[in-house]
Design a protein around this ligand. Structure first.
Ligand SMILES: [Ca+2]
Ligand SMILES: [Ca+2]
Length: 183
């Protein structure tokens, strides 16, 4: 009898120890996955911010206030690219427009319609004929995530990207660059 009771106690202790060990291992695995996932999210946003800034800088470098359709605001730019010159005068391409656009899955309504943890996120989009047909160039921008600031022939471009980490906490990346425009 005593031997059987002793065995039950042993079994209960063994089960408790096993449960504690499994909980500890699960916790370590989850934290490792979370840290790895968070690092990957951060790296993706950093890359996207840098690629977007380089692309915008390329778009604007051959343009400037002297182009025929130049229209500048804090959140969008209409511009023409210089294609070359003829008889000493610059030849301009069609009007293009860079602006924040609401994706169809999360329209501007104060709600996170697509449940990705960011309300009314935007894409930075290009309309290369200024006719309302947009090509998305960068996602995950916050609704306040694009600012153009013109000073003389320079434009400061500031981006703020946001998305959720692996653990559902928000990660925010801010990046900026200055482009020297064509005179
Ligand atoms: Ca929305
Ligand atoms: Ca959203």
């Amino acid at each position: 009898m005593n031997r059987r009771a002793f065995t039950l106690v042993e079994m209960m202790i063994a089960l408790t120890v096993a449960a504690v060990l499994m909980a500890a291992v699960s916790s370590v695995v989850w934290m490792s996955q979370r840290n790895q996932g968070n690092l990957e999210t951060q790296a993706e946003l950093d890359n996207q911010a840098n690629e977007t800034l380089a692309w915008v800088a390329d778009e604007l470098r051959d343009s400037g206030p002297s182009c025929p359709d130049w229209s500048f605001s804090a959140t969008d730019i209409v511009y023409n690219k210089c294609l070359g010159s003829s008889a000493g005068a610059p030849t301009w391409g069609p009007a293009c427009r860079l602006a924040l656009v609401s994706p169809a899955e999360d329209p501007e309504d104060g709600l996170d319609n697509n449940g990705d943890g960011v309300t009314d996120e935007k894409t930075l989009s290009l309309d290369s004929g200024n006719v309302g047909i947009w090509t998305t160039k960068s996602a995950f921008l916050r609704s306040d995530g694009l600012t153009f600031t013109q000073t003389g022939n320079k434009v400061l471009i500031q981006l703020v990207l946001q998305r959720l980490n692996y653990d559902r906490s928000p990660v925010v990346v801010s990046a900026s660059t200055t482009v020297t425009l064509r005179n």
